[in-house]
Design a protein around this ligand. Sequence first.
Ligand code: XLS
Ligand code: CA
Ligand code: CA
Length: 437
Amino acid sequence: MSADYFAEFAPVRYEGADTVNDLAYRWYDKDRIVLGKRMEDHLRFAVCMWHTFCWPGSDVFGAGTFSRPWHAGANDASAARAKREAALAFVEKLDVPFYCFHDVDVMADAEGIGAFRKSFAEAVDHLEALQHQHGRKLLWGTANLFSHPRYMAGAATNPDPEVWAWAASQVRDALEATHRLGGANYVLWGGREGYDTILNTEVGTELDNFGRFLSLVVDHKHRIGFTGTILIEPKPHEPTKHQYDFDTQTVYGFLKRFGLEDEVKVNIEANHATLSGHTFEHELAMARALGIFGSIDANRGDHQNGWDTDQFPNSVEELTLAVLELIRAGGFTTGGFNFDAKVRRQSIDAVDLFHGHIGGIDTIAHALITAEAIIGDGRLDSFRAERYADWQGALGRSIHAPGATLAQIADIAIDRDLAPVRKSGRQEWCENQINRF
Ligand code: XLS
Ligand code: CA
Ligand code: CA
């Protein structure tokens, strides 16, 4: 098995907007200072293992199309090793700082809990060496609690507590591995935490068990001294019809119920936001408003179909709105932009992986530069601030004064015979401010 799948590719470098080199960055200039910070530190890009190195290019109608060398036979120890080596080499060639994985992405297949743990432990030892060799870091780790048939009815929401306990074993190991590898975050995407029919489902029991799981994960994080962030990744449906972590506001309610709102943040995926009927920037703005913004899975859906296509982002305009929200949220602390995106099934060559990532990285870098210009211009932000300025005035302050009652405020309206003057929301003007840049 070839040890260096990407041997023919030179490291990808910034060459500026006028370059004709397809394998160079036009916008991502990692050392460029934008809004007082290096671009690399703003954007904290990560490559994901699952789409880029594990998925063979299969779909529901057909087999894999990619012919990566590590997919030639069984996913045994040597195939898994080759896959890990290719992944870290690729991340270094792209010259982005981070990668992300599920336990099963990085290890050889293993049935039985003992064999599973041993196989994962071997992978983690190797990853530690590879991170050092390639100078790359882990943005987040996670456990895959949805692919194995045991999880067909969920993991922490499974009717069978034995499945819950199996999931506990996987999450303990994946969390401890993330800690050991210096990971900045640990993600929980509720893969099959939801249901298909209410006829066979006790949602109350499932939510209690789900809350218990999350509470014990947070407890374990503190027991082992992991200082990274625990992230929940909302998604409204797929694979189950009703996923419990529907969107950011739903997740916040769940966290509040279990007293975890200061412990857990959200990992917002663009395509999951649109599947829930929101925009990407809505989910980011909501996470900021609720104080639970954590990290981002960058991708896009398809405007004409309703499933999770996980394409690379390619609209500077859409990403500008997202990056504006990111900046308003104060930027990333432990989070980053993870490319939870895959090349299309007909894009079978190694070079296609470069095209996908370079395009996504440049789109987001360009959006950051655009957002900087919009913020520098200041007119959009001033307009928004002005719209809410009266909340700093006397009436706004009395509404929020401790002890104020509904009746008192109602009496103010009556006594002063208030007749609010309508002011334009200027939506088209706002949209023009984005398009100007
Ligand atoms: C699937 C999710 C998944 C999470 C990690 O839709 O995006 O890939 O990011 O489990
Ligand atoms: Ca994701
Ligand atoms: Ca997705």
